[in-house]
Every structure is written in structure tokens, then in C-alpha cells.
Design a binder for this molecule. Structure first.
Ligand SMILES: Nc1nc2c(ncn2[C@@H]2O[C@H](COP(=O)(O)OP(=O)(O)OP(=O)(O)O)[C@@H](O)[C@H]2O)c(=O)[nH]1
Ligand SMILES: [Mg+2]
Length: 462
């Protein structure tokens, strides 16, 4: 297996960059970076002793780093992780250089000139999987952590990474195996049906396993939803929608004016709501219009609301409800029942003229002039984003794994029916099927294509 190298940190201005080497030659390439005389080493057994004397495993040392021309590139921390006790299971050398793009690139180039190959995206993790340092569930958690936009989820994903989900799956797999054993002994050696006690116990074990799986599936669905939350601001013209967007972003992103119809098209920005990254859209004011461009803008406002999970619907509290406001209320009542809707009663610094009862929708009264309202509003929105995920559960971040668990659940359900009807062979078949699905969740059988597509989601250097 060739020795791969990559810059594992982002290529940006930063204090430290990490260059990672993994493979049989990691140590000898690292040695060549350090001293001219070491470049003559060929990698024989004797040389290996020399090399290992240069680097004590897991000890950080400050070293001068040179390129192939003997020019000094940096003074960097070098750490050696001896195989198999490393992320990939191979020899790894990590070089923590000064940050920035140039130094790290120069060191990378020197590694390449000493014989390393540039790593492909995800290749370090691929090697970890091949060397049994990670299973698929842990790998998925790594991908999800890299892409995660929700700080609440980090804890859950880290538990997956820690192998806790794999442990739970393995222990439930053992329980299913135990049930299978009891059924199959009966099929092979008994003339009679399964005795009533064993039958009841088996069915109840299967039911409880099924409900554990179901809870993981439910959390996973919730997780998927939270990964891509869209929030949009709607309301009739001039009620303060763009002012609200600017208040949330704490910057003058959208044009605000006292002329109705200022915003003619949707404006979208990303917003951090108490640790959740959501996309926020300001829309054109909804009203009846004969202007065809305005009509298109208004149609986009409705479309944006339909596509959002959270809607902030703004009303001007200093004016009584009018026909346009009621059109918007009707839209909320008819089309947004399954969404999180927050009625924003804006301009509460002015005299209150709107006393309409917005039940069952939640309301918040504020004005966009006071910056403190930004935090208040974000906290209110965050309450829509609260994870209904119990902290003991797990999330599956990959649809393929969710599908596998779902089919295992169906197998367990059918097995219970077959058992209750005394059809032991069929029950056993279903249980074997469920074991196959569970097995495929943590260890691929022979699925190179699936691995390739998974690893392509990684960054280079991971
Ligand atoms: N007094 C007061 N005026 C506000 C408040 N919020 C917004 N305004 C004013 O209301 C007017 C309209 O604000 P915008 O934010 O442009 O309203 P909009 O809903 O985006 O309007 P369109 O884009 O035309 O649909 C501006 O003159 C704002 O300064 C508030 O809380 N109090
Ligand atoms: Mg506007």
C-alpha cells in the first residue's frame, strides 16, 4: 500500500496547519524531511531501527523541516503514531506546521518529492475502515460531523463516533441470535410447537428490540429535518419584513423604506440561531397587484413559505387588520398547518391598533428599532428547533443505513406474527433477514461502489 499525504486542515490563513502522512514509508519520508543524511535510508529493517530512534511514538517534538534541496521550510511539531495504534491503523506521521497556505503546501510538495502519493478525498478514513479501525456507523458519524450545521447534534454524533451505536446494534443482534437459536432448536429437535412461555418471551424480546430500533429511526428522521431548516418572513407590504431580516442578521442586508413594495424579489441569507444554521428568506409583500413583475414576486413569496419549515408572519400592530392581512391569515390556516408559524406583531413602539386574536398561532410583540429584540426573537425561533431527541438515543445520518434499519424492523414485525401463528421456519427466516440488514449497517459485504460514493463526501486529509 503506497504512503499517502495530505494537508488535513483547511487551506486558509490560520495559526497551525497539519500535514498527515500514512503508510509504510511514512516514517522514512518524515526522516527525509528532517535531516539530509537520513535521505539515504532505504527502508530496510536496520534502517527502521534508526528511524524509530528518531521518533518516539506519540511524542511531540519540535523539528526543522527541509525540502529536497536542503532548504529549510519551517520549524514544526512532528508526531509519530506507530501502526497499528493510529487513525488508519498504518504508520502515521503528523506535521504541525505554521499555518497558512504557503508553508503547508511546501511541506506537502517535499513529501511528494520524497515518494508520498497525494491522498484522495476520504482516503485516510477508507484505510481506517479497511484496517478495522472504524466501522460504517462510525464513519457515517464522521461525515455527519464534518457536514453538521447543528451544535445540539454534535454530542449525539460524537456518541456514534465513539462506537456506542455499533455496540447497541451488536448487543441487539445477539438478542435476536438468541431468539433464533431457541426457535431453531425447536424446529430441529421437537415434534411439538414452541412452548407457550418461550413463545411469549421471544415475541416480547422482539417487540422491545423493534421499539429500540424505531426510536433510532424517529430520531434520525428528526435529524434529517434539522439539517436543512428554511425560515421565511412573509406579510403584506411595509409591515417591516426587511427590517426584521436586518434585525436578525444584525446588518443592513435588505433595503428598507417607507414605500410599500420595496422588496420585489426574495432575499436569502444564512443565519445562526442559537447554534443552528438556518437559511433565512425575506419576501416581497403579499397584496393584490396588476403589475406582472410584482405578481411574480408575490408568487415567489408564497412558494418560499410553502418550502419553509418555519414562517415568521409579520403584521403591523399600529394598524388594524385589513383585507390583505386576512388573505395572509387564510393562507397560514390552509397551507401552513404542519409548519412552525410565529406571528410577529411589529412596530410595538407605535400606538397599538391591532387587537386581532391570532390563536392557535404563537405570537411575539416587538419592534425592529431595538437591537435587543434580535436575541429575543432568535430564542423564540430556537424553541421550534429544539431536538425532540432523547439524549440516550442515536441518530443515523445516512439514508441507506436508515433503510436497512427500517427493513430490519419490518422483518422483526413479521417474525413476531409468524411466531404467534406457530410458523417457526418463516419466523426464523425473517430473523435471519433482519440480521443481514443489521450486519450491513456496520460492515459492508462487498460494496466497493458504495464505499467510493461515501468517501467522496470527505475532505482530503480525513
Ligand atoms: N416605528 C417603526 N417603524 C418600523 C419598524 N419596523 C420597520 N419600520 C418601518 O416600516 C417601513 C417599512 O419597513 P420595511 O422593512 O421596508 O418593510 P417591508 O415589510 O420589508 O416592506 P416591503 O418590502 O415593501 O414589502 C420602514 O419605513 C421602516 O423603517 C418598527 O418596529 N417600528
Ligand atoms: Mg421589504
Amino acid at each position: 500500500m503506497n504512503t499517502i499525504v495530505a494537508i488535513s486542515t483547511a487551506l486558509a490563513k490560520s495559526a497551525i496547519s497539519i500535514i498527515r502522512l500514512s503508510g509504510n514509508e511514512a516514517l522514512s519520508i518524515a526522516a527525509k524531511l528532517l535531516l539530509k543524511e537520513n535521505r539515504e535510508l532505504s527502508g530496510s529493517e536496520q534502517d527502521n531501527n534508526v528511524l524509530e530512534n528518531l521518533f518516539a511514538p506519540r511524542v511531540a517534538t519540535l523539528r526543522n523541516i527541509y525540502n529536497e534541496k536542503g532548504e529549510m521550510l519551517d520549524k514544526a511539531i512532528v508526531i509519530y503514531f506507530k501502526a497499528p495504534k493510529s487513525f488508519t491503523g498504518e504508520d502515521i506521521v503528523e506535521i504541525q506546521s505554521h499555518g497558512g497556505i504557503l508553508v503547508a503546501n511546501e511541506i506537502l510538495r517535499a513529501c511528494l518529492s520524497f515518494g508520498a502519493t497525494l491522498a484522495k478525498a476520504g482516503e485516510f478514513s477508507m484505510r481506517a475502515l479497511r484496517n478495522d479501525k472504524l466501522d460504517l456507523v462510525e464513519l457515517e458519524a464522521t461525515i455527519a460531523l464534518i457536514n453538521n450545521t447543528n451544535t445540539n447534534l454534535t454530542k449525539l454524533l460524537t456518541r456514534n463516533l465513539d462506537g456506542k451505536l455499533s455496540q447497541m446494534l451488536e448487543s441487539l443482534r445477539q438478542e435476536i441470535l438468541h431468539v433464533i437459536a431457541q426457535i431453531e432448536v425447536n424446529i430441529d429437535y421437537s415434534e411439538e410447537d414452541l412452548d407457550k412461555d418461550t413463545l411469549l418471551r421471544s415475541v416480547s424480546t422482539l417487540l422491545s428490540i423493534q421499539s429500540r430500533f424505531q426510536s433510532v429511526l424517529n430520531s434520525s428522521k428528526h435529524y434529517q429535518k434539522l439539517q436543512d431548516v428554511k425560515l421565511c418572513i412573509i406579510g403584506k407590504p411595509n409591515v417591516g419584513k426587511s427590517s426584521l431580516l436586518n434585525l436578525l442578521l444584525m446588518q443592513d442586508r435588505a433595503i428598507v423604506s417607507d414605500q410599500a413594495g420595496t422588496t420585489r424579489d426574495t432575499i436569502t441569507a444564512m443565519l445562526d440561531i442559537c447554534g443552528n444554521l438556518v437559511s433565512l428568506t425575506d419576501t416581497a409583500g403579499i397584496h393584490t397587484s396588476i403589475d406582472s413583475i410584482e405578481m411574480q414576486g408575490i408568487e415567489r413569496s408564497f412558494k418560499s413559505a410553502r418550502e419553509s419549515e418555519i414562517i415568521l408572519c409579520v403584521f403591523d400592530i399600529s394598524k388594524p387588520m385589513d383585507e390583505q392581512d386576512f388573505v395572509i391569515m387564510e393562507f397560514l390556516e390552509q397551507e401552513c398547518k404542519d409548519k412552525s408559524v410565529l406571528i410577529v406583531l411589529n412596530k410595538d413602539d407605535l400606538m397599538q391598533q391591532n387587537s386581532y386574536d391570532f390563536t392557535p398561532f404563537q405570537t411575539i410583540k416587538l419592534n425592529t428599532k431595538d437591537e435587543n429584540n434580535s436575541t429575543l426573537l432568535k430564542e423564540k425561533i430556537a424553541s421550534f428547533l429544539v431536538m425532540n431527541i432523547n439524549s440516550d438515543t442515536f441518530v443515523l445520518t445516512n439514508t441507506m443505513q436508515s433503510n436497512l434499519l427500517e427493513s430490519a424492523c419490518k422483518n422483526l414485525e413479521s417474525a413476531q406474527d409468524f411466531l404467534t401463528n406457530g410458523e417457526l421456519e418463516l419466523a426464523s427466516f425473517e430473523l435471519h433477514q433482519s440480521l443481514q440488514s443489521l450486519g450491513a449497517m456496520t460492515k459492508p459485504y462487498n460494496v466497493e461502489d458504495m464505499l467510493d460514493s461515501m468517501f467522496s463526501q470527505f475532505c482530503v486529509g480525513k
